[in-house]
Design a protein around this ligand. Structure first.
Ligand code: ADP
Length: 486
């Protein structure tokens, strides 16, 4: 099958979160199954391309009463996957992907409209796919355009669209006036289509227009159909339940494997854990902490966003500082949480260390050097860091939600079963109690190592997920509902 991926980020070219990891690794897993995959992404300022050739020198994108002209760069073939970059410097040659700490870029609707239209036009020149696989609100206009303005285009008459929701919290909400500017028909502005409390909601439109919808874990596929997790779209999602499936994200073990990772101080595996102690020392040194500690290191690598449960940490941080543990955090995002970690570091320099930056090398060092990995998320569609934590013997402490609930098995130290620590109630107390239990468990080295090994031998490679996606693609091609349970 010829599959065209469209996404707003893709590792290693551009990344703000897990979406980039997925778009960077699922296509090669599909290629290994014999499919031909093309990935379209914007070319940002941060996108590193060596001497890219132009694949298409000019694509016309209408906007309001004028045309814009972008080009497509050939990023070459990597692991059997063809990469193309939509190049339009006025929109994408910017400091960040979506916005600055002050807020989203004001023209995001236009930016990603141009991207989506350019992908459709480029694919007609570079090879019409059998199917589009689009990701998150930034590509939501592709299924919407296929259903509307491109409906009569013979190039796409047999081309279904699978749409994956990586995070329902980001929907692409814009004032209604964007519709005529983007040259979309006003009749899309109805409750059944894009209208959402007086605004235009791109994601809602894609949920309606896509042939199949997927999200990134089974649990999250159920959760988003409820008022608690549905962000107001639960009804729309329930209406599409027959064509909504949850497929758990995989891990690219060529990048995230302590046995081969070149970014960490020493390699180790479930059979020989000895290198992990060196990684811990190296991590402590990196964060300017004394490296002869007996205390466990609790690692955090995260976008500092409300979704990630930092309000719980805020609530109990001063009490956490009284425990025999060290917290090492890496992240960027909301000012309030950046300031919170800075304050904690100032007040408890031996207990809380933080680096406010996006740094992949440090992310690897934390996965390898920490003893525990903390993810107290309010909601978590899939979560990749806990999967990396499992592989690196860095025992996850998670809130039982979405993909975290699906992938971490509560440990039972008496039987030696399980892979981590979970709590259900979204409260600081529940978080603190669970961290305390982990700290106590850590003191029993033998049992702790069993727990580490239980996680390290889990297999969350892309192979299984890729096969599940293929089933969805096949059903989308045949135009019938999926029978695999959500
Ligand atoms: P989300 O997609 O919601 O941000 P995930 O856990 O699915 O959460 O994926 C986050 C990805 O982004 C992981 O690969 C993680 O290592 C990476 N990441 C997040 N913040 C940082 C950071 N400050 N520095 C380096 N990598 C980061």
């Amino acid at each position: 099958m010829q599959i065209a991926f469209a996404a707003s980020e893709c590792a290693p070219f551009s990344k703000t979160g897990g979406l980039a990891d997925v778009v960077g690794s699922l296509p090669s897993a599909l290629a290994q199954l014999g499919h031909k995959v093309t990935v379209y992404v914007p070319r940002y300022r941060s996108t590193k391309l060596e001497n890219p050739k132009k694949a298409v020198s000019s694509i016309t994108v209408p906007f309001d009463d004028r045309y814009r002209f972008c080009s497509v760069l050939d990023g070459g073939v990597r692991s059997g996957v063809q990469f193309y970059f939509i190049d339009y410097p006025p929109f994408f040659d910017r400091e960040a992907l979506y916005g600055t700490p002050l807020g989203d870029y004001h023209d995001n609707a236009e930016r990603f409209d141009l991207f989506c239209r350019a992908v459709l036009e480029a694919s007609k020149i570079l090879g019409t796919p059998d199917l589009f696989h689009c990701h998150d609100w930034q590509t939501a206009l592709i299924p919407i355009l296929l259903e509307t303005l491109y409906r009569e285009d013979p190039a796409f008459s047999q081309t279904p669209c699978v749409f994956t929701i990586h995070n329902l919290g980001y929907q692409g909400l814009f004032p209604p006036e964007v519709l005529p500017l983007l040259m979309l028909p006003w009749d899309l502005f109805t409750m059944a289509k894009l209208e959402f409390y007086g605004k235009v909601n791109f994601l809602k439109g894609a949920i309606d227009a896509a042939d199949y919808i997927s999200t990134v874990s089974r649990k999250y596929a159920q959760e988003i159909q409820t008022a608690e997790y549905g962000f107001g779209l639960e009804g729309v999602l329930r209406a599409r339940a027959a064509t909504l499936v949850g497929i758990l994200n995989g891990v690219d073990y060529t990048e995230w494997n302590p046995a081969t990772d070149a970014m960490i101080a020493a390699n180790y595996s479930a059979d020989d854990l000895s290198g992990k102690a060196k990684c811990k020392q190296d991590l402590l040194k990196e964060f300017g902490l004394a490296h002869d500690t007996q205390w466990p290191v609790v690692g955090i690598v995260s976008r500092f966003a409300g979704q990630k449960g930092f309000d719980l940490i805020q609530h109990v941080a001063d009490r956490m500082a009284r425990e025999d543990l060290i917290v090492i955090a890496l992240g960027t995002g909301d000012r309030a949480y950046e300031d919170m970690f800075r304050r904690l570091n100032k007040q408890y320099p031996q207990k809380f260390a933080v680096k406010i930056e996006f740094n992949n090398r440090l992310a690897h060092k934390i996965e390898a050097g920490a003893d525990m990995f903390l993810m107290p998320s309010k909601y978590e569609p899939a979560g990749l860091n806990q999967l990396y934590g499992l592989k690196y013997g860095t025992v996850p402490i998670v809130r039982a939600t979405g993909g975290l609930d699906d992938t971490v098995e509560q440990c039972d130290l008496a039987t030696g079963k399980g892979t981590g620590f979970k709590f259900k109630e979204y409260s600081g107390e529940a978080l603190l109690d669970t961290v305390k239990a982990a700290v106590v468990a850590f003191r029993n080295t033998q049992k702790w190592q069993q727990l580490m090994r239980n996680g390290m031998v889990q297999d969350y490679s892309w192979n299984t997920a890729a096969r599940e996606y293929v089933k969805v693609y096949e059903r989308a091609k045949q135009g019938r509902p999926i029978s695999i349970a959500p």
